[in-house]
Design a protein around this ligand. Structure first.
Ligand SMILES: [Zn+2]
Length: 366
């Protein structure tokens, strides 16, 4: 006999259990690594020694050859090897997307493919023939090539039967299969929705383009201008993000022509916050929260504020005057209400707003 074997570092781990079983087998068979290598010339003594070290997972063929050389039950060793492989995968070295395996976290086809692929890995990567056998035992017929395509993420189960067959092949208990069915249905629904959305976009482009089939840069700029946006770079396509400038506040943002055409363009945040700030302050003036002289307060109360129009960074306050006196006060750039309003908005927005006033009037002239 050769020198005494090193102890297995962690006999409670799956890799440790495999290593211990190999070492025990060798001792019982009274073999040395050297004569194991001689009997089976496929591997050298060092390879067998490493396989039983408990510090790494040997290749499956090495573990099997080791078992054969020592007269161990190959099936038993194979089972230990599969468990060790599954455990080493679980540690997550090769699986950064570990959490995707939880079916309730699966939302799209990509996640589903990864999750199903991992099920087989966790089972210790059984052969496809073994998997088909397991599925058959559970009452599901499925081909090994289908199982392989699903396990290698090249196919999504097309029917619930195929899904069940695959789950059974990966030893997922009937109780847990329900979760996978939900995930499967969810992912497929999402893919279908995305497909519909793509078709909607294609239809919209065809409609806008007319005979041309594709929206031209010229047409795109026209649509952009109509949406009060200005291009800051060349047009790159109907669904490509496009850098544009807000016609209201000059803020640069990215939009898609497809979103404008389909009515999905979100309003400019900067313009919106300015509009809200002005409306809030005007309301505060009306309610007397921001104090004014009696005469100014009266005018504010009887004047209709009609909103803020923004063009290239300049806001125009739109009013409807109830009488000539009110109109005069509203149009006065140094009026008390105006100074109070600008001060309050500056406090809210942190910048001095550029404001104009436009007063319309439909009171009777006399
Ligand atoms: Zn804007």
């Amino acid at each position: 006999m050769g020198r005494k074997d090193q102890q297995v570092p962690d006999r409670s781990s799956a890799v440790g259990r495999l290593a211990q079983a190999l070492k025990d087998g060798k001792r019982q068979a009274r073999r040395t690594y050297a004569d194991m290598a001689k009997t089976s010339s496929r591997y050298c003594a060092a390879t067998y020694s490493r396989a039983a070290s408990g510090t790494m997972l040997p290749r499956r063929e090495v573990a099997r050859a080791y078992a054969l050389a020592c007269g161990l039950d190959v099936e038993v060793i194979d089972g230990l090897w599969l468990a060790a492989r599954a455990a080493s995968r679980r540690v997550g070295i090769e699986r950064p997307r570990h959490s995707a395996t939880r079916p309730r976290l699966i939302y799209d086809i990509d996640d589903l493919c990864v999750g199903l692929g991992e099920l087989r890995e966790r089972e210790g990567a059984p052969t496809y023939a073994q998997m088909r056998q397991r599925a058959a035992e559970a009452g599901y017929e499925v081909s090994t090539s289908t199982l392989q395509r699903i396990a290698t993420r090249n196919q999504v189960p097309t029917t619930e039967h195929v899904l069940d067959a695959y789950l059974a092949a990966c030893s997922v208990s009937p109780l847990r299969r329900h979760e996978w069915h939900t995930a499967w249905a969810r992912a497929r629904q999402r893919a279908e929705d995305a497909d519909h959305a793509r078709r909607d976009v294609a239809r919209a482009e065809a409609q806008v383009a007319g005979g041309a089939g594709v929206v031209t840069a010229e047409k795109a700029v026209e649509i952009l201008t109509h949406a009060r946006l200005l291009p800051v770079e060349g047009y790159r396509g109907f669904r490509a993000p496009w850098s544009v400038k807000c016609g209201g506040c000059s803020l640069v943002r990215r939009v898609r022509i497809a979103d404008i055409v389909l009515g999905r363009l979100r309003p400019c945040r900067q313009c919106q916050s300015k509009e809200r700030a002005v409306a809030r302050t005007w309301q505060a003036l009306v309610e007397g929260i921001v104090p004014l002289s009696q005469q100014q307060a009266d005018v504010v109360r009887r004047s209709g504020y009609r909103g803020l129009q923004q063009v290239m960074g300049i806001g125009t306050l739109l009013f409807e005057a109830s009488d000539p006196d009110a109109q005069e006060v509203l149009e006065d750039p140094s009026a008390e209400w105006r100074i109070a309003l600008e001060k309050d908005i500056t406090r809210t927005l942190g910048t001095v707003p550029k404001l104009d006033v436009l007063v319309t009037s439909d009171y009777p002239l006399n």
